[in-house]
Write a protein that binds this ligand. Sequence first.
Ligand code: GLC
Length: 795
Amino acid sequence: MQYGYFDEKAREYVITNPNTPAPWANYLGSPDYGAIITQNAGGYSFVKSGAAGRILRYTFNQFDEPGRYIYLRDEETGDFWSASWKPVGKPLEEYKTECHHGTSYTEFVSEYKGIRSRALYYVPMGATHEVWAITVENLGDKPRKISVFGYCEFTTESFYTQDLVNMQYTQFITKTEFHDTFLLEQINEFNYPNPDGTTGRERFFGLAGAKIASYTGRREQFLGRNRFDRPQAVLNGKCDNTLNYNANPCGALQFSLELGAEEKKTAAFLLGQKTVFEAKKIVDRYADVEKTVAAERDELIRYWHGELANLKINTPDNNFDAMINTWNAFQCFTTFVWSRAASLIYCGERNGYGYRDTVQDIQGIIHLDPELARKQLTFMLSAQVHHGAGLPLVKYTHNAGHENTPDDDSYVKETGHPSYRADDALWLFPTVYKYIAETGNVAYLDEEIPFADKDVGTVREHLKRAINFSMTHLGPHGMPAGLHADWNDCLVLGSQGESTFVAFQLYYALNIMKEFCEDEPEYVQYLDEQAAKLLKILNDKCFEGDRFVRGYRDNGDVIGSKKHNEANMWLNPQSWAVISRGATTEQAEAIMQTAYDKLNTPYGLEVMQPSYRHEYFEGARMRLFNPGTKENGGIFCQIQGWAILAEALIGHGDRAFLYFKESSPSTFNDNADLRVIEPYVHGQFIEGHESPFAGRAHVHWLTGTASTVMVGCVEGILGLRPTPKGIVISPAIPSEWDGFTMEKVFRGKKLHITVNNLAHKEGNPTKYILNGVEHAAGLILESELQEENYITVVM
Ligand code: GLC
């Protein structure tokens, strides 16, 4: 079943049937003022923290309620409906509706009994309040009287768990007030107010562009004994002008419209955590509501479409284009900015940035906005401990140079992270490389950045210390010790356990570092020797002919060997053997073939097989999950990106694209009931073949999948591989494609690229034409590029 479509011109996903198998969400604003909104206007808002700064209530994992509700009521008949399908939920035969999820805005366009409504929800650029602009239009030739009610449900306390569970306290600390154009919620009003009487804890719900006809600040008065589909106030045709004192606060405002034939009017509900003075100013700003809303909407669209403009592809596969041009890209920005802060799955309780996740997230936006990426990269480098390891959790309040670390009890107590992970700092190498390659800013390596606890060093020095950390934490075979975990959170290898995956990451890092330290011959020699040594160990101790094993346990037992009954084949050691260039051509062919044979399903590659059921060890914590789920044999979506990249690097365009297609959300657009979550965003995992629900996806939006699949598609399938000196363009595409085009802005220069595949190959292009002149395969130097470049790649 299909519930919507990609409108690539507008860069929107348009939901035409709102009765989707799960809430399909969008993100508004930023974590400074964040809002999540679903196709039924469910969702919540928060200031800075989803858990500690929550201003709107939301009941997770239930009925997608409450939300940002706008009710419309025909004053002559008493009939009422909502601007989004739910909460009222009129029969869809009579009620026509579209939910347009766009880049940082969501708009509902609905028609019912001759009235069209447009409800546009957004957070203005850089602002910390939200706008619900509502336009009501009389489509008929007779005048109509329509009442509009806006409703939001405030939390009683910023800590959402307090609001939910500590009701003997939180119900009695809040009240609401009415101030002509808005309702104000007070919390702990008399607890040390500022000299002007404000506390900074106030929230407001206001109206601009229309006069408030009635209000209530108390949920029980708005709903009566009913639920959101039949609020008593809407049934009555007015709110009773009551306020809250010791009950549940809400914002409910009514205004009345008289619309002549074909007439329309716009007003805006406004919401935020603001003092009485700030609220008044915000409402005043929307005096010319139509103009202000139109300008703010344009500004948002200009910004976001600008962020997505550096790469535009046009291939024979529209679903691929929609993901790369808009949705995967927008998701990359979302994970980049929001990390794992808040979604309909994450309640906002993470108290910082995960090191590896964040450094990986950065990779997803480098091809679009490398300078934005650099800021966060510099921040993450400043969260490296002086000995080179990454802080497993980087606090939101991170203060470089002054942080405690897993070596301090205080850090462990505060964050719950008792030790370092083997992989964290190794993610820096590809990320720094990609940034420098995209921009040519080699000087970044000399930029000085503090370490988290003490010392300052150049970026190059930070990377050297990361290598040193790995080299001083080797296990008995000479591979990096697993420490608390490697990429796989569920694989606790212990201080002497060893990870093949991390060994390949280190091998990759050593080679990248050789490029970064060209004028230090002794160090390059050291790197060379260590890389060769490591590769030999990997071949001697981890290669089984058709696969690399997963590693070694603390006690020396091998993990992921073909001699095992369970978990005998793992994807990551294979894809990383290829990505790191550690595997020979023959090895690469063999191990990626085994991956296909043993792990592939119609919905992507499973993380390992068979799932752990009986033959696990203590550190194999994935056994806690049902087989075919998450790290226990599920299709972990993040690692599809690495498989796509690996296949593309060895010229297997057909397989690279197959892996994209199998697991891409857009593939499920016409089979959305199977996938359940949004067909425009990646989730963390898809249930594997051992699950009775194979193909069902989970943990929407905030996942490392966004960046790895983006990198797999851009560097792998599209073959756009910048290097510090220029760019290599080496697509690996489905052989059935006749070709495709792409436009890329590279270091400020425009590349118009046409890939010609009339030979129906899947990789390794044979001929290049740069601005009319034949060019050797391989690197195109930056110095060879003009302002506008026409490049033909013949496969
Ligand atoms: C989750 C975690 C990530 C980890 C992955 C695999 O996505 O956020 O850090 O690498 O699971 O365990």
